[in-house]
Design a protein around this ligand. Structure first.
Ligand SMILES: Nc1nc2c(c(=O)[nH]1)N[C@H]1C(S)=C(S)[C@@H](COP(=O)(O)OP(=O)(O)OC[C@H]3O[C@@H](n4cnc5c(=O)[nH]c(N)nc54)[C@H](O)[C@@H]3O)O[C@H]1N2
Ligand SMILES: Nc1nc2c(c(=O)[nH]1)N[C@H]1C(S)=C(S)[C@@H](COP(=O)(O)OP(=O)(O)OC[C@H]3O[C@@H](n4cnc5c(=O)[nH]c(N)nc54)[C@H](O)[C@@H]3O)O[C@H]1N2
Ligand code: SF4
Ligand SMILES: [Mo]
Length: 736
């Protein structure tokens, strides 16, 4: 894995301008060889080389910090860590500028005026934490413990969920579920009895054919996946990209299928049809492991490539050709399920169609498809059982949205707004900027106005902190211990985050805050550890390592389990039937389509363009746009407009335009990128710009915010996810 891979390929696939990026990572290779020969990594206190792991995005690559006179001057990849193979992306190396960002939150703040007005009093930690504990007690007394909700994202979440569960509330939601990977996970759970995990069990490195449905690998920069993608490209893998936009990935592909937005399910159903009708599926595999082929076949009978053509705009011959190629390369054909899948409202069903295709191709549990991951056996620190809520969760999971397998952040927002099924009166928001991550920010603000308490824990003055009653400044990932990182992966691993330098200003680690609040609420039994070192060491010893060892090496890997099914191996799937469910009785019983059905998307008003959004390789959402180095690489986003459409409007490449959505919300001026590389009925922009927080001085006002334009969203009836690609904008030229 990663062996064929060169940095040049990485940059090519990453599709980023070379000048700045090379500067950001130029030391990587030289340093890597030095590491491998000497293999000396010393501890935080005694030396200037300290291993930890990255938090510039959620891949959590092992990083090594070089410190001189108490200052971090270089971050590189930890060669021991299989999540990065010794290489960080440009965001990872730029972590230094997040540590030294002059706009960081420095001390605890209490609001002194109305919510949303930028008026604060700096207070001591004791005052802030006492205030929070008092408020939480009074909320509990009046409304019950369930009136507290947690919104969270990132590595330190577990300390906060421990606090909220111990308090007696089941209400926890992460935008990384119902605004992100939720539909995919649920679609796969319904089909295989389990999801694809994170990092995903995609065997990209060994895929002979890779079909990307939207997923813009190379712009979406999850490290090892992009490395493997570069390898696969280098080894001549057959790449197919389905995207209304000619993405970086599309530029590496044999076929680019410029699909009409929102019609992927029609294409997937046609592929299923061809695989079955032409007998291209893996008969033996399907017979052994799957159930429901006959019913599936009946359901997809009419979904011919000719039927799919007017829906998708993809020629029937091409649909057939790709299906046959899939059949040729099976089981090493990876129809890639993506990650951000909350698109059009039929998202769980679209993901299920991808799961069904994978089963027909025999790729689950097979080389070049979906490998079997293993997790390091890190122990749990013992806590007493959590109180069980008689009210159940307020987010609609398990009831209104029967198949949600994690908390639904927008469901908690709805409950706060409506008081139904019961009132929610306090929010703790840890490491998520809800104003930019939940659609229709107006609703988020209205919900906040119903609260008795909003606590935000952040490193930066993100928009959400501006609405808080109490702002708690967390020190950055380079200044703290944190939760251990032991994800299911090809090679089981465990990584340690440890302080590289002391916390700046009056900032503190999140684990410390959660514990301090817990103690004030009488919940010390749930935070029994005296020190964080003890907490970590107890857990690491269960995995056969120790805090001392990890402080030196950062990442430890364990023995790999079997990656693929053995020939003819019996497998019990965690579905109702114990088999892969091509036709889902579970869905049928619950009143949903047992095989996905296609509904054409709403075309939008005339004169309007469908608003699409995605990632920049050098930014993570809106959380890095204030980072000096990354902001220099990309200070603002641009809007991709089809050249013919732009010509009709008289819009020139590079000119600033304003986007006005169907509900008359206007964007900041945004630079037009006039190009043939996007279909004419849509426009595209990178998410995470157009910040409104005046305290984010590097980035405020630069570029436009897609979230503000996403005033409408459909909710996935199976799991509650918010589909965000049903908004339309017209393009207004600027005077002068
Ligand atoms: N650099 C960087 N990398 C990241 C992140 C980041 O912030 N920065 N975030 C990470 C996270 S949390 C996630 S979830 C992932 C998200 O990354 P992905 O899962 O790859 O995101 P998508 O939304 O699937 O991909 C956006 C692409 O979908 C295309 N698209 C839009 N509409 C349609 C359609 O109707 N059909 C098809 N076929 N394509 C369409 C767009 O043109 C765009 O190319 O990225 C991860 N990686
Ligand atoms: N319109 C639109 N909405 C989207 C998306 C989109 O593409 N478009 N993408 C969706 C997806 S895929 C996802 S995963 C979600 C992600 O959405 P979020 O979970 O909101 O993720 P971020 O935008 O990374 O927000 C991170 C917040 O954490 C703060 N932070 C950074 N480091 C730390 C730290 O060490 N400690 C603490 N306490 N805080 C820290 C940052 O300052 C920022 O305020 O958004 C979803 N929402
Ligand atoms: S992919 Fe980049 S930003 Fe994400 S954890 Fe790895 S190095 Fe950090
Ligand atoms: Mo995501």
């Amino acid at each position: 894995m990663g062996s064929q891979f060169s940095r040049r390929q990485f940059l090519k696939v990453a599709g980023i301008g070379t000048a700045g990026t090379l500067a950001a990572g130029s030391g990587v290779l030289a340093l890597r060889s030095r590491f491998l020969s000497s293999d000396i990594v010393a501890s935080a206190t005694s030396s200037s080389v300290v291993p930890t792991f990255c938090e510039m995005c959620f891949w959590k690559c092992g990083a090594v910090a070089h410190v001189k006179d108490g200052e971090v001057w270089k971050l590189v990849g930890n060669p021991r860590d299989p999540l990065c193979n010794g290489r960080l992306c440009s965001r990872g190396t730029a972590g230094i500028d997040s540590l030294y960002d002059p706009d960081r939150l420095a001390r605890p703040l209490l609001r002194v005026k109305d919510r949303g007005q930028d008026a604060w009093e700096a207070v001591t930690w004791t005052v802030a934490l006492d205030h929070i504990a008092e408020k939480l007690q009074s909320v509990k007394k009046e409304y019950g413990p369930e009136a507290l909700a947690l919104f969270d994202h990132g590595c330190g979440s577990s300390f906060w969920s421990n606090l909220v569960n111990a308090f007696g509330s089941p209400n926890i939601g992460q935008p990384s579920f119902a605004q992100c990977r939720g539909p995919r996970d649920v679609g796969f759970e319904l089909t295989y009895g389990e999801g694809v995990g994170s990092p995903e069990r995609y065997d990209v490195a060994n895929a002979q054919m890779l079909v990307l449905i939207g997923s813009h690998l190379g712009e979406n920069m999850h490290n090892t996946q992009v490395q493997e993608f570069a390898d696969a490209v280098g080894q001549g893998a057959h790449i197919v990209v389905v995207d209304p936009r000619f993405s970086v990935a599309a530029s590496k592909a044999r076929h680019w299928l410029p699909i009409k937005p929102g019609t992927d399910l029609a294409l997937l159903l046609a592929w299923i049809h061809v695989l079955i009708e032409e007998g291209l599926y893996d008969r033996e595999y399907v017979e052994r492991y799957a159930t429901g082929l006959r019913e599936l076949r009946e359901e997809v009978q009419s979904y011919t490539p000719e039927w799919a053509y007017p829906q998708t705009g993809i020629e029937p011959e091409l649909i057939r050709m790709v299906a046959r190629e899939m059949g040729q390369h099976k089981p090493a054909t990876l129809v890639y399920p993506g990650r951000h899948t909350t698109w059009y409202g039929d998202d769980t069903q679209r993901s299920r169609a991808i799961a069904i295709l994978g089963a027909l191709l025999g790729s689950w549990g097979r080389k070049g498809g979906f490998y079997i991951p293993t997790k390091a056996k890190v122990g749990k620190y013992p806590v007493p059982p959590y109180p069980v809520s008689t009210k159940g969760s307020a987010d609609g999971g398990g009831s209104k949205y029967p198949f949600a397998s994690e908390g639904i952040a927008n469901g908690l927002r709805d409950a706060t707004l409506t008081g139904s099924p019961y009132p929610i009166k306090a929010w703790i928001v840890y490491g998520t900027n809800l104003i930019q991550s939940l659609p229709n920010p107006k609703e988020t603000i209205e919900a906040i106005q119903k609260l008795d308490l909003l606590v935000t824990v952040d490193t930066m003055p993100a928009e959400i902190t501006g609405w808080a009653d109490v702002v708690l400044p967390e020190c950055t990932y380079l200044e703290r211990y944190d939760e251990l990182q032991a994800p299911p992966f090809r090679t089981p691993l465990v990584s340690l985050r440890q302080p590289v330098v002391d916390p700046m200003y009056d900032s503190k680690p999140g684990w410390w805050m959660a514990r301090e609040i817990g103690i004030r609420l009488g919940l010390q039994a749930y935070f029994k550890w005296e020190t964080i070192e003890e907490y970590l060491d107890v857990r690491l010893r269960a995995a056969g390592t120790s805090l001392d060892e990890l402080k030196k090496v950062g990442t430890v890997t364990m023995a790999q389990g079997p990656l693929y099914f053995q020939e003819g191996q019996a497998v019990q799937f965690a579905t109702e039937s114990g088999k892969i469910e091509l036709y889902s009785q579970t869905l049928k019983k619950a009143g949903f389509d047992p095989v996905p059905k296609f509904t054409p998307p709403d075309p939008g008003p005339p004169g309007y363009f469908r608003l699409l959004y995605g990632r920049s390789p050098v930014h993570t959402f809106g959380r890095t746009t204030n980072n000096k180095r990354l902001s220099e690489l990309q200070p603002e986003n641009e809007v991709w407009i089809n050249a013919d459409a732009a010509h009709d409007l008289g819009v020139k490449d590079g000119e600033y335009v304003v986007l006005v959505n169907q509900d008359l919300v206007r964007s900041n001026p945004i630079k037009a990128k006039v190009t043939q590389r996007i279909r004419p009925e849509c426009v595209y922009m990178v998410h995470g710009f157009g910040h409104t927080s005046q305290r984010l001085r590097q980035t405020v006002g630069k570029g436009a915010d897609d979230t503000a334009l996403i005033t409408r969203y459909k909710v996935d009836p199976l799991m509650g996810g918010t589909a965000m690609r049903g908004n339309f904008v017209r393009i207004e030229r600027q005077e002068g």
